[in-house]
Ligand binder design. Structure first.
Ligand code: SAM
Length: 225
């Protein structure tokens, strides 16, 4: 998959792609990426990418021309989605992440200030996605949330077994609690069953914990089914 992120701050994106699991996915050739500097596509001495909103009101709006030029500069091969992360988009869910993982290319447009001129959204955006019912100050962080939720579903990035047992991946239940060494931490012991070696009983215990956790933290997930 090729991921392009059009942004005023390419350094935020570069940092993410250079670490941990994503770094390994890039090194293995599973993912390629471009952090595209929007300012390089803005005219004038000051490379201005924002302007006052028509109709008045607070703040600034990101101008359409630099985004269009940046988009047209990308040579996108294969099936590509153009994603605008926005609080007024459709919610990011496990299913949405799986759907986006099937594309050959994803292009992200990072908004700032009051957002991007609507005409860019009308002309080029195929997916408007919200990462939650709150307002972030930047589209970079939201784009990275979406990218992180998506790329782990690309074959070879993470072991299939790890993905199968996660929250949301297997019906409406959240994941069971996890423990590692030491056996006792601040007087709290790892549940005895996990030390028993009895895999059948461990499975049952984990299922029961998944139900309890879901009822406590997200009861609506069970009600929805
Ligand atoms: N005026 C916009 C509104 O009320 O919907 C908020 C703009 S916000 C300050 C700046 C940028 O951050 C947005 O253009 C968007 O790219 C990003 N953003 C903020 N909150 C987001 C969210 N919940 N989901 C996705 N993107 C978000």
């Amino acid at each position: 998959m090729n991921i392009s992120v059009i942004t005023l701050f390419p350094e935020i994106i570069e940092g993410y792609f250079g670490c941990s699991i994503m770094k390994r996915a890039v090194e293995k050739g599973l993912i390629s990426y471009r952090a595209v500097d929007l300012k390089l596509f803005a005219d004038g001495r000051f490379h201005r990418c924002d302007d006052y909103p028509y109709g008045g009101g607070a703040g600034l709006v990101m101008k359409p021309e630099p985004f269009e030029k940046a988009l047209l500069s990308l040579r996108c091969d294969g099936k590509t989605a153009v994603v605008y992360p926005t609080p007024s988009g459709k919610p990011l869910t496990h299913e949405k992440a799986l759907g986006l993982a099937r594309y050959d290319g994803l292009v992200f447009l990072c908004g700032r200030y009051e957002g991007i001129d609507q005409r860019i959204i009308d002309l080029y955006v195929t997916e408007e996605i919200s990462v939650g019912d709150y307002v972030l100050s930047s589209g970079e962080v939201a784009s990275l949330v979406i990218i992180d939720a998506v790329y782990r579903h690309i074959d070879g990035v993470i072991s299939g077994e790890s993905l199968k047992e996660e929250s949301f991946s297997d019906g409406p239940l959240l994941e069971y609690p996890q423990y590692t060494r030491p056996e006792v931490f601040h007087g709290l012991r790892v549940p005895e069953i996990l030390l028993s070696g009895n895999h059948g009983e461990i499975e049952k215990w984990r299922y029961q914990k998944r139900v309890e956790k879901t009822l406590k933290n997200r009861p609506e997930l069970i009600d929805k089914k």
